[in-house]
Every structure is written in C-alpha cells, then in structure tokens.
Design a binder for this molecule. Structure first.
Ligand SMILES: [Zn+2]
Length: 181
C-alpha cells in the first residue's frame, strides 16, 4: 500500500490513477483551490501559527481552535517543509481532504485522503515562491536542501545590500527579483 512516506513518482502515479476513477468535479475543485500566497496570508491574518512540538508521535498536526500547525521538532529540513505543506493542503481543503471527516462527506477513504494531501502539499512546496512565502510568513528558519529551496532562499536582503551583488543577481535570477528586500 502506498503511504505519504513513499517517493514522489509513486505518490503521483497513485493520485493520477485515483483521479481517473473518481468524480471529475471533485478533482476540478481540488485543482482549482490551490495553496497560494493569498491563502497563506489569510491563515496568518486569522492568527494561524506554526510551532514545534517535542512531545508527539505525529510529524505534523492541526489544532483548529488554537489555531496552530504543530510540527515535530526533530524533522530534517526537507521533511519539515513537506510536512508543513501537507498540513497546509489539509487546511486548503477542509472538507474534501480533512483527516477528520468521515466518508459520508468526502468521497475518499482516509488513506486516500492522506496521499492526495501529500501530493498537493509536495507540489506546492516545490514552488520556490510559495516555499519562501510560507517559511517567512510563519517565521521559520530557512533551509536549502534542493533546487526549490535554493531558489527560494538564495537571495537574502543582506546579499542585496551590496549594489554590485544586486545587479549581478538581477541578471542571473530575473524571475525571483520581485521579493521584498
Ligand atoms: Zn495528513
């Protein structure tokens, strides 16, 4: 059985197969409602926080009433970020992909839901602008461990304080010069 810990190709293939045999309107809704910068801003506006938890067997969890996303404090950088985005994907689809609702309201079994959430979470995390926005918005440490995180955090305000560096980076990274500095 596929789990959220499997590799991206396995998760992607599982979800694409599942998509073929499920109601297309549900998938349209899932694809249309993306994790976006605006969605992250709305969470922050509603006082959502991300805190580390040392006392849990879960890598991540959501407490809606507090409202807090808890991440286990022992996660390596890549796992921390995909766990954060996994929880964001749950929050983005509170009915269709909640880990709590039963199958009378969602067409998916719990394990299916978890893998779909992992799929949307990992896809969003691979977007360097979203990764940067989420990590900075929730005040988390920046880690570079792959291409997306490199693109997300390679430019820092400190680097851009040097005028020669700013010009150099503008040429090399034109697409990511729009960040606030
Ligand atoms: Zn989950």
């Amino acid at each position: 059985m596929i789990t959220v810990n499997d590799s991206w190709p396995e998760i992607e293939q599982y979800v694409l197969e599942l998509e073929k045999r499920t109601d297309q309107e549900i998938w349209q809704a899932l694809h249309q409602c993306k994790i976006s910068k605006y969605f992250i801003d709305r969470l922050v506006g509603k006082k959502w926080k991300v805190l580390y938890n040392s006392d849990t067997i879960l890598v991540g969890s959501i407490h809606v009433t507090e409202p807090i996303i808890y991440l286990a404090d022992h996660l390596k950088p890549h796992q921390r970020d995909i766990t954060l985005f996994h929880e964001l994907a749950h929050l983005r689809h509170p009915i269709l992909l909640s880990s709590l609702v039963d199958t009378r309201i969602t067409p998916f079994e719990k394990n299916e839901r978890e893998i779909i959430v992992e799929y949307f979470g990992r896809k969003a995390r691979a977007d360097s602008e979203l990764l940067r926005h989420a990590v900075l918005s929730f005040g988390l440490e920046q880690h570079v461990y792959d291409q997306a995180s490199y693109a997300a955090f390679r430019l820092t305000p400190e680097q851009l304080n040097f005028s020669f560096a700013a010009d150099d980076y503008k040429e090399r990274f034109p697409l990511i010069m729009n960040f606030r500095v």
